[in-house]
Design a protein around this ligand. Structure first.
Ligand code: AHR
Length: 842
């Protein structure tokens, strides 16, 4: 099925069909088996997904290590630097961050982060509390948790800490939860603290419900004490696991019925330096011995949710695990640090040990360790991914060694290979030329516009059937200005794409939208599947759509055609010339801007209005700093001239550009053509240190329309020329042609469908109607041996830009009904902006 022609007209909400869409299903020819693992969950600790998220620990900075220097990096002011030159704004957390001292009614004392009383070498810091005078109410030490600690009336909370004392301290403390008004919701006394580190625990029972309590600790006498590993868990965790998962969040994952869970990421797998990678051995066993590490998503992880907890969670959910491991290379978005193949063996061994931990018998070293940690039976680790978002010759070289070692010992484990995350064109085996070992499944990533996903619904129709299988491992409709929190509009485009995955089940084996979780107080990356705060959680529209697909997987795909689907691509609206210079994360300067229209060249002086821009300009050079942009207003006379001389569809913008520094995101970025408010083209030169990249922007969405490999050097002036002519964009760098590409057309989405048959003969049809009108569509099941008389309809529809919120968490969520149908041909009206799953029942 491919790109049917737009043959109907939309007039307001009235649908005038010149040629009606029709869904035809061929039941005589069941096709490929559809993988039961097709829709999985991508887990990464980003947005406090783990720490302060699904990992149920309620105390933040429990081990007092939060302000530790990121591994093999150093701070300069507000930035951390790696030795490879990666620079990232991360303000050092304060000492004892999340902890505070409350001295009331004559209380006198202090708290301090100290390293001279280490609990163990992995957790050297602890909190020293000195009580000079307890006063009437005591020296009160508080912890705010992760944006509030939720207490539920009658629920129990398991508290523990390590403590020791000196200087006459008598050994008793009070611990509990209090509200903002100071009233106590739960409290218990702990006694017997002595001069050596010792663990103490108690159970707190909440007398009230309050989503925003604080933990408190009050020493009950004068003296000095040290505390570490101060921990509080709800007694109710998922499957009542100790050190377990937050119930509501785990249940949302369980209800999704994921085909697998991928862990631990994402970029954190590789880390910003080799030392900063996930080192799984630091994440197992006694939590007091876990080192924790810095997450490049801007916070510290205690690694309480570690490798064992992941494997256990997969088992508790009843789904296989997918483990992603680093391959002797740190993140390639962040100035990759890597080892040569001569030094690769320890990294390979690290992975082999991880696999032995998951799969080995208890008579192996790491199998025995697993048994010691409470799980003698092997876990169900089915997939491994060799690296995350790695690419290029070094990766491909490393890959061969990892693949060989893994397959020799674990021939049944299914391996996944990375592709360049910048890849947008169809996968070609030549892109992995350095890989000499087999490639079983490749992992493609797309964070893109709705437009991209409506096109990508047909992406896999033409893929090489003799090549590797596909894992679409990270994808989501995303606005790179981070403003899209997830709405139905985005979920519809993703659903259209998913129909394409399912229709091509012979090659698409696995997928996972990403990321999964966002704590509403740390929205580093939007959108995500599930949003939560201290006490509430909901699935975004994309979650609801994913779940609808995941809980309705047929056994075999059926050939399905949407006749007159309405899908079309249209030329963009005409635009006007603009000049915008911006840098996301670099320093650059620009000069000699000129515009040529209809044979006349306007110099910088003649075409740019200077009012209000002086601060950025010196001697006709424009400086653009980090996270900065400069819109150079084009003079009215130039617009007037353009209007009289053929408009802006034949003009050339030239300028010179000089990179003082280069970031991983870009060297220079030049906006040159506007198609309306918040819609323009950009030439991003030196993107990700390796691309020349033409992009179009549309209200926060970014899409590329030209991509060429290439780099930019620091400290050198470059001549840049960009021409828009005859619906093409032509770009030169230093007089060398880089792009000559058509202007990007725009998608008019149509009706999307896929179907498949269950072994019991029922047929599942998935239909996406992204149009703004209810659409009546005949559905015809041709052939087959079964007559259908009933249909279960599950559908999601609503306001196109509707979101789910804490106040209305199910605003966009499925509804269900059973209808009778006249037979194997019937008509159904698919609501505007809807995703519908029809199960045909005999
Ligand atoms: O999902 C967020 C990030 O996007 C992942 O960490 C990374 O793999 C991708 O670039």
């Amino acid at each position: 099925m491919k790109k049917n022609i737009l043959l109907f007209l939309l007039a307001g909400n009235l649908f005038v069909l010149n040629c009606q869409p029709k869904i035809i299903i061929n039941a005589d020819n069941p096709g490929a088996k559809i993988s039961k693992d097709l829709y999985g969950i991508f887990f990464e600790d980003i947005n406090h997904a783990g720490e302060g998220g699904i990992y149920a620990e309620l105390i933040r900075n429990r081990s007092f290590e939060e302000n530790r220097e990121p591994e093999d990096m150093y701070w300069e002011g507000e930035y951390v630097h790696s030795h490879q030159g990666w620079k990232h704004r991360y303000v050092r957390p304060e000492e004892l961050s999340s902890w505070s001292l409350d001295l009331k009614s004559g209380a006198k004392g202090s708290i301090k982060q100290v390293s001279d009383q280490p609990l163990n070498e992995n957790n050297p810091m602890c909190m020293q509390i000195v009580v000079e005078n307890p006063g009437e109410k005591g020296v009160t030490v508080k912890n705010t948790g992760f944006w509030g600690i939720s207490a539920i009336k009658g629920d129990k909370y398991l508290f523990s800490l390590y403590a020791k004392c000196a200087d006459g301290f008598k050994g008793d403390i009070m611990v509990g939860l209090l509200k903002n008004d100071g009233s106590v919701v739960a409290s218990e006394k702990i006694s017997g603290i002595g001069n050596n580190w010792q663990k103490f625990s108690c159970t707190l029972t909440a007398s009230e419900t309050d989503p925003n309590t604080m933990f408190f600790l009050i020493p009950l006498s004068k003296g000095k004490l040290w505390v570490d590993m101060v921990s509080l868990f709800p007694e109710k965790t998922f499957k009542n696991r100790e050190n377990g998962m937050r119930l509501d969040l785990a249940q949302l994952v369980e209800e999704f019925k994921p085909g697998f869970i991928r862990f631990p990421g994402g970029c954190i797998v590789e880390g910003a330096t080799l030392e900063n990678r996930i080192q799984w051995k630091n994440t197992i066993g006694d939590i007091t011995q876990r080192k924790g590490h810095w997450l490049l998503w801007d916070y510290h992880s205690t690694d309480g949710l570690g490798y064992h907890e992941f494997l256990q969670f997969c088992e508790d959910i009843g789904t296989p695990g997918m483990y992603v491991f680093p391959v002797g290379m740190s993140c390639q978005f962040r100035r990759c640090e890597y080892v040569s193949v001569d030094s690769l063996q320890p990294y390979i061994q690290e992975v082999m040990d991880a696999l032995e931990y998951a799969l080995g018998e208890t008579n192996t070293k790491w199998g025995a360790e697993r048994a010691k940690n409470g799980h003698p039976e092997p876990f169900n680790l089915k997939y491994v991914e060799i690296g995350n978002e790695n690419y290029g010759p070094i990766y491909q070289d490393h890959y061969n060694y990892f693949y060989k070692a893994i397959k020799e010992k674990y021939p049944d484990i299914i391996t996944i290979t990375c592709t360049d995350p910048g890849m947008r064109d169809d996968f070609k085996r030549e892109d992995l030329a350095g890989i000499t070992e087999p490639v079983e499944i490749i992992d493609e990533h797309f964070y893109e516009s709705t437009d991209f996903f409506y096109r990508a619904a047909y992406r896999y129709d033409d893929y090489d059937r003799n090549g590797p299988k596909i894992y679409c491992g990270e994808y989501a409709v995303k606005k790179w200005n981070n403003t899209l929190k997830g709405n139905l509009d985005a979920a519809l485009a993703e659903a259209a794409f998913m129909t394409g995955m399912e229709r091509n089940a012979d090659i698409v084996e696995l997928s996972s939208m990403a990321p999964t979780f966002v704590n509403d107080s740390d929205r580093n990356w939007n959108p995500d599947l599930i949003t939560f705060n201290s006490h509430q959680a909901y699935g975004n529209p994309s979650y609801q759509v994913q779940k609808l697909f995941s809980t309705n997987i047929p056994d075999n795909v059926l050939p399905t055609v949407v006749e007159n689907s309405g899908y079309a691509t249209n030329p963009p609206d005409p635009g006007v010339g603009i000049v915008g210079l911006f840098n996301i994360a670099t320093k650059a300067k620009y000069k000699d801007v000129s515009i040529r229209i209809g044979g006349k060249t306007f110099t910088e002086n003649e075409c740019i209005t200077r009012e209000g821009l002086d601060k950025k300009q010196q001697d006709y050079t424009w400086f653009v700093d980090y996270y900065d942009y400069l819109d150079l207003p084009v003079r009215k006379e130039v617009y007037d001239f353009a209007n009289e001389n053929g408009g802006w569809d034949d003009y050339t913008l030239t300028l010179k550009a000089f990179a003082e520094e280069i970031s991983d995101l870009e060297a220079f970025a030049i906006n040159f053509y506007s198609l309306g408010q918040n819609k323009h083209y950009t030439w991003n030169v030196g993107r990700w240190l390796r691309w020349y990249w033409l992009q179009w922007y549309d209200n926060g969405y970014e899409s590329y329309f030209g991509q060429k490999a290439g780099t930019i050097d620091v400290g050198k002036w470059y001549d840049i020329s960009i021409t828009v002519r005859n619906d093409s964009v032509i770009c030169y760098l230093d007089n060398k042609l880089v792009h000559n590409v058509p202007e990007p057309d725009r998608v008019s989405p149509g009706i999307y469908a896929t179907s498949g048959i269950l072994d019991n003969g029922d047929i599942i049809v998935k239909v996406v109607n992204p149009l703004d009108a209810d659409t009546k569509i005949p559905v015809e099941v041709q052939g087959g041996t079964v007559s259908y008389s009933k249909a279960k309809i599950e559908w999601i529809s609503g306001d196109r830009y509707g979101e789910n919120t804490f106040a209305n968490p199910l605003n966009i969520s499925p509804k269900t009904k059973i209808i009778t149908i006249p037979g194997n041909t019937f008509e159904y009206t698919f609501p505007a902006s809807s995703v519908t799953v029809i199960t045909l029942i005999r």
